[in-house]
Write a protein that binds this ligand. Structure first.
Ligand code: KIV
Length: 277
């Protein structure tokens, strides 16, 4: 954790107060063991709906359900002592209107213990964000590329170039005015990111949005190199765990076939040796 972290679990007002200070560190986290690893180093463990693609092999995030988010949210909460858990509202669980969003956000928070939710959308979600924040649900907004809208956007594209820049800026201002405590900027061009970050009073957290944000988020499996066939431009690989894991699996398979595993030390004797007198 950073020098600016409180000696208790991080809460949304702590994140809000970090605007313009030390960069916020965020990683997606979907399981208890990963939450334990992330806890001492990150400000936020994001239980992102990317879990559907990363852990469940789905082709997009659209098939992720509220029950999946609750299951993974509870697992992550068991591994955290300091970092703040933040859980995505999945596709179809909030877009109908403020009441639906409140019902499902309250369920996420009550059944996991997480103190905040994230939802995708800018100006068109402002009314919903205001409704939630007025009723005890802290919201992080997510603008630019919003993966739940991949079919209307026509792919996982950069959002905010040229003619789109004013709209993305307007989205940022709208979610701030509605009460969001921070906003994710995904695949927003670097110049526009810098302008939004300078203009807003709430922290911006970037993914594929350049260094000028108030914080950064990555999908943990991407930065650990778990996938050998997926290398987006905006991800830096900090390890090559996928390759290491495959080598270990291949060695285990060869050992089993050669009867080199288990060795004597991995077995249990038929009789318990008498204690040495
Ligand atoms: O679901 C997710 O992983 C996210 C991040 C990409 C910000 O929303």
């Amino acid at each position: 954790m950073s020098a600016n972290s409180p000696a208790r679990p991080v809460l949304p007002p702590d994140i809000r107060a970090r605007k313009g200070t030390q960069p916020l560190v965020v990683l997606t986290t979907y399981t208890t063991p990963m939450a334990r690893l992330v806890d001492g180093h990150c400000d936020i463990a994001l239980v992102g709906d990317s879990v559907g693609m990363v852990l469940h092999g789905m082709p997009s995030t659209l098939g992720v359900t509220l029950d999946m988010m609750i299951l993974h949210g509870r697992a992550v909460m068991r591994g955290l002592t300091r970092a703040m858990a933040l859980i995505d509202l999945p596709f179809g669980s909030y877009e109908e209107g403020p009441q639906q969003a409140y019902r499902n956000a309250a369920r996420l928070m009550a059944e996991t213990g997480a103190p905040a939710v994230k939802l995708e959308g800018g100006a068109h979600m402002a009314e919903t964000i205001a409704f939630l924040t007025a009723r005890g649900v802290p919201v992080m907004a997510h603008i630019g590329l919003t993966p739940q809208s991949v079919n209307t956007l026509g792919g996982y594209k950069v959002v905010g170039r040229e003619g789109e820049a004013d709209r993305v800026m307007a989205d940022a201002l709208a979610v701030q005015a509605a009460g969001a405590f921070a906003v994710v900027l995904e695949k927003v061009p670097v110049g526009l990111t810098a302008r939004i970050t300078k203009t807003l009073e709430i922290p911006t957290i970037g993914i594929g949005a350049g260094v000028e944000c108030d914080g950064q988020v990555l999908v943990v499996d991407d930065m650990l190199g778990m996938f050998t066939d997926f290398r987006p431009k905006f991800v830096k690989r900090y390890a090559d765990l996928g390759k290491l894991a495959e080598q270990a699996i291949a060695t285990y398979a060869a050992d089993v076939r050669a009867r080199a595993f288990p060795a004597a030390e991995h077995g249990f004797a038929d009789t318990v040796p008498k204690a040495v007198q």
